[in-house]
Design a binder for this molecule. Structure first.
Ligand code: ADP
Ligand code: ASP
Ligand code: MG
Length: 390
């Protein structure tokens, strides 16, 4: 029998009604396939727990922070298993440590080292639907870890790989991956198929529909992924290697960047940038001079950046710069992008009177910094000029 992993994100399990609906999707799938389920915390719950921990001065890096912020998943897994049993199906919930999913000791952004799916396989063989808490792991120090925000996607991909599942389905509130966040730009188009490389870049630069590490894991282990909606039925988006790359695939957006000045004792700022990249903090460097540089970062990453840099003795100060200007980043995602492409995009924006403050280029992405007030117009201009519409 084919095996499938179905992951349901926060909005898909936000209420008991939504949980019942999700249980129906699982029940239908289970008539023809073995199903293992991965769940997130109910919408808003993890944010609340992050706020509690941070108010007490606990941030990513502290094992107790992970105990707090991981706990929402346990509630959802239990509620969904109960609902499935109420429907006459066999089911049981699993915390990450019960699978077990073993990880590094990087609390707040742990890396999966192994998934032992023996228990899950035994369940599947006797018709039990395992409901696994996303986002959670266990470290060699016998502590609960978390896999970074959005980490349930990673749990789903890693469990799919371990079970050798035929497909990993990621259910969310959007019916697939779009050329740009459809909640920001309603004219965005659903992408039928996207290559891991381009999806990874979209995720890295702000498209949170899939967590970046999960796409990377899927690519390394060749896990076929389908992004779909638990609200409406359609084919969604397939993420695989079996896709011909296009010049331009889509736009990723990070709004309301925060500006910091970092003072250091090194000869160059580059090791600091590399360190931040290791923690997936993708800042844009605005200015560098001896012993200091200015960086724009996603404000969600501020506590993580501060906690990483506070432990380094070569950092002398990390200062938030208050400016009246509010910047956002639009990243044009594609393949084999060149300096010429980036110059062309900048000049197209400038022709429409949009000021581009900074531009950087990566192999699969061109980053453009604009004022947040001109973000929507910039998206419209780029979406049309890169011919992302159908
Ligand atoms: P879940 O809680 O199910 O994990 P997320 O909130 O993490 O869902 O991801 C879904 C959200 O991703 C959507 O509501 C949408 O606003 C956002 N998103 C950002 N970029 C894209 C994109 N390119 N395509 C689809 N959704 C996107
Ligand atoms: N609940 C976690 C978060 O909000 C994990 C997830 O939703 O994927 O980040
Ligand atoms: Mg998510």
């Amino acid at each position: 029998m084919a095996c499938i992993v179905q992951k349901f994100g926060g909005t898909s399990v936000a209420t008991l009604e939504r949980i019942k609906h999700v249980a129906e999707i699982i029940a239908e799938t289970s008539t023809t396939k073995q199903v293992a389920v991965v769940v997130s915390a109910m919408a808003g719950v993890t944010n609340k727990f992050v706020e509690y921990a941070q108010n007490l001065g606990s941030f990513e890096g502290d094992a107790d922070y992970d105990s707090v912020v991981s706990s929402g998943e346990l509630v959802t897994a239990g509620l969904l298993a109960i609902t499935l049993k109420n429907m006459g199906l066999k089911s049981r919930s699993y915390a990450g440590w019960q699978v077990p999913i073993e990880t590094s000791c990087n609390y707040g952004s742990a890396v999966i080292q192994s998934v032992n799916s023996t228990n899950l396989e035994k369940d599947l063989q006797v018709g039990i639907i395992p409901v696994i808490c996303g986002f959670q792991g266990i470290s060699a120090e016998n502590r609960i870890t978390t896999l970074g925000r959005g980490g349930s996607d990673l749990t789903a991909v890693a469990v799919s790989d371990s079970l050798k599942a035929n497909l990993c389905e990621i259910y969310s509130d959007v019916d697939g991956v779009y050329t740009v966040d459809p909640n920001l730009y309603p004219q965005a188009c659903r992408i039928d198929k996207i290559h891991y490389n381009e999806m990874k870049e979209m995720a890295a630069l702000g498209a949170k529909v899939m967590q970046e590490q999960s796409v990377d894991y899927a690519m390394r282990k060749n896990v076929r992924v389908r992004v779909a909606s638990s609200f409406v039925k359609n084919e969604g988006t397939i993420i695989s290697s079996d896709v011909t790359s296009k010049k331009f695939n889509g736009l990723a957006v990070t709004q309301n960047l925060s500006q910091f000045k970092i003072y250091h004792k090194l000869d160059s700022h580059l090791p600091i940038i590399e360190l931040l990249e290791q923690y997936l903090i993708r800042g844009e460097i605005l200015k560098t001079s001896e012993g200091k540089f200015s960086i724009l970062i996603d404000r969600i990453k501020i506590p993580l950046m501060q906690s990483i840099l506070s432990s380094k003795n070569y950092i002398s100060n990390v200062k938030r710069e208050m400016t009246r200007r509010n910047f956002s980043r639009i990243s044009v995602i594609g393949s084999e992008l060149t300096q010429h492409d980036s110059e062309k995009l900048v000049s197209i924006l400038r022709e429409t009177k949009i000021e581009v403050f900074y531009c950087s280029i990566r192999k699969n992405g061109i980053n453009l910094i604009v004022l947040t007030e001109s973000l929507l117009k910039s998206i419209d201009v780029l979406h049309k000029n890169c011919r992302l519409g159908r």
